[in-house]
Design a protein around this ligand. Structure first.
Ligand SMILES: *Cc1c(COP(=O)(O)O)cnc(C)c1O
Length: 408
C-alpha cells in the first residue's frame, strides 16, 4: 500500500513505490521525499522546499546541518569513529564530563537509541533496588504512567497502553504498574516496598504533548524521596532545550534521580543516548553487566559534546521559550476555527483538530501542499516541534498555512 496522493508528482511516487517495495511497513510516512535539509527547511527531490515543523520528533532541535555540529562530526570522522569500549578513546571522557555537568550528576552511561537508554534505566533501577534498597530477588516493580511512550523494545511496549504498540508482541516482562498520568496520588498508591522506581515523561510527547497539572512533578519528587524510590525522568523528547529549559523537569525546579536522554543528543546526525545519575545509583553497574558495541563511540561523543556545549550558553533554551510563547498565542487564535484544543510547552505543541475538518493525518497531508511538514499522532492531534533555530516570521507563516488548510 502506498501513501501517495494525487498531488504527488510522478517521479516522487516512483521513489516512494520503490522504497515501499523493500522497506518493512512499520511506518506510514507522509508522501514527500526529502533529499536535503538546512536549518528549519528541507528540500524534496523536485527542489520544492518545506518548513520542517517536526524536527525528527525533536532529534533535530538544532535544525538540519547545523554548521557547528557538522564541523564536530567531520573533524572526528577524519580521525577516529569507533573503538568499542574494549579500549578507551579520547572523546568519551570529555563528553561524559560535560553531559554530567549539564545534568548536575556524577556519572553518565552512554548508549545509542532512546529505547536503549530506557532499558538501561530499568536495569540500573532494578540493580539499585536489589543491591542498595534490599528488595527481594526478582521482586522489583517500577511505576509508569498511562499514555506513556518510552520506545519499542519488548520490555518497553509491555507497559504501554497503546494497543497498536502491543498487539501480537507478547508475552511481556512483568514488574510494571501503570497509573493515570498527572495523578501523583495514584503513583503514591501504586508504590510498595518492592518499588524501585517511578518512570515518567515530564511531558508526554508521543501522547500529543500532554502537559501534567502544575505541581505534579514536584509532588512525584516528594513521594519518591519519602518512599525511597528513584525518580527516572524520560527526557528523551522533552529535554535538551525543547521546552524553554534544559530539561522539562526544570519547569518545576525538580531534579530526578535519573535522566534518560536521547534524540537531540545526537545533533540530528547519529543516534546518541545516555543515562545520567549520581554515583550512588549509576555506580551499581559493574564491568560486564551492561554494554553496547557502539555506545560511547568517539564520533557520537564528539557530536554529543558539541550539543552539550551549544546548550551551555542557554541560547537555545531562551529561543524555545520566547518563540514558544509566540507560537502559543498564534495557535490559540485557531481554537474554534478547526482546532479544539492546544497544549504548548516551550517550542512544542499538540494541536487537536476538529474532526469536522479532517483527521490529523489529512491536515498533515494538506499542509504538504502548502510547504509545511507536521506529523499527526493518535488520530486527531498534530504535533508541532520545529527546530529551535526557526525564526518567528517562519513560525507565523506556518501557522497561516495551517489556518488556510483548516478553513479549506
Ligand atoms: C522517542 C522516544 C523514545 C525512544 O527513542 P528511540 O531513539 O526511538 O528508541 C523514548 N522515550 C521518549 C519519551 C521518546 O520520545
Amino acid at each position: 500500500m502506498t501513501a501517495t496522493t494525487p498531488s504527488v508528482d510522478a517521479a516522487m511516487s516512483q521513489i516512494i513505490a520503490a522504497e515501499e517495495e523493500h522497506v518493512a511497513h512499520n511506518y506510514h510516512p507522509l508522501p514527500v521525499v526529502i533529499s536535503r535539509g538546512e536549518g528549519a527547511w528541507v528540500t524534496d527531490v523536485e527542489g520544492k522546499r518545506y518548513l520542517d515543523l517536526l524536527s525528527a520528533y525533536s532529534a533535530l532541535n538544532f535544525g538540519h546541518s547545523h554548521p557547528a555540529l557538522l564541523a564536530a562530526a567531520q573533524e572526528q570522522l577524519n580521525r577516529l569513529t569507533l573503538t568499542s569500549r574494549a579500549y578507551h578513546n579520547d572523546r568519551l571522557g570529555p563528553f561524559a564530563a560535560a553531559l554530567a555537568a549539564l545534568c548536575g550528576k556524577d556519572l553518565v552511561l552512554p548508549m545509542n537509541t532512546g529505547a536503549e537508554a530506557v532499558e538501561t534505566g530499568i536495569k540500573v533501577a532494578r540493580a539499585w533496588g536489589y543491591r542498595v534498597k534490599g528488595v527481594a530477588p526478582d521482586a522489583a516493580t517500577i511505576v509508569v504512567a498511562h499514555g506513556n511512550f518510552h520506545g519499542r523494545t519488548t520490555t518497553i511496549v509491555g507497559f504501554s497502553d497503546d494497543p497498536q504498540a502491543q498487539a501480537d508482541f507478547g508475552p511481556f516482562a512483568p514488574g510494571f504498574a501503570s497509573v493515570p498520568f498527572g495523578d501523583a496520588a495514584a503513583i503514591e498508591s501504586a508504590i510498595t516496598d518492592d518499588t524501585v522506581a517511578v518512570l515518567v515523561e515530564p511531558i508526554q510527547g508521543e501522547a500529543g504533548v500532554v502537559v501534567p497539572p502544575e505541581g505534579y512533578l514536584r509532588a512525584v519528587r516528594e513521594i519518591c524521596t519519602r518512599r525511597g524510590v528513584l525518580l527516572i525522568a524520560d527526557e528523551i523528547q522533552s529535554g535538551l532545550g525543547r521546552v524553554g529549559e534544559t530539561f522539562a523537569c526544570d519547569r518545576e525546579g525538580v531534579v530526578p534521580d535519573v535522566y534518560l536522554l536521547g534524540k537531540a543528543l545526537g545533533g540530528g546526525i547519529l543516534p546518541v543516548s545516555a543515562v545520567a545519575a549520581d554515583r550512588d545509583v549509576l555506580g551499581v553497574i559493574r564491568p560486564g553487566e551492561h554494554g553496547s558495541t557502539f555506545g560511547g563511540n568517539p564520533l557520537a561523543a564528539a557530536v554529543g559534546l558539541r550539543v552539550v556545549e551549544m546548550l551551555q550558553t542557554g541560547e537555545f533554551q531562551r529561543r524555545a521559550k520566547l518563540l514558544g510563547e509566540h507560537l502559543e498565542s498564534s495557535l490559540q487564535t485557531l481554537i474554534g476555527h478547526g482546532v479544539t484544543g492546544v497544549r504548548v510547552a516551550g517550542l512544542w505543541a499538540g494541536v487537536d483538530i476538529d474532526p469536522a475538518v479532517g483527521t490529523g493525518r489529512e491536515i498533515a497531508e494538506r499542509l504538504i501542499g502548502r510547504g509545511v511538514l507536521v506529523k499527526d499522532t493518535h488520530g486527531q492531534t498534530i504535533r508541532i516541534a520545529p527546530p529551535l533555530v526557526i525564526r518567528g516570521t517562519e513560525l507565523d507563516w506556518a501557522v497561516e498555512q495551517l489556518r488556510v488548510v483548516l478553513a479549506a
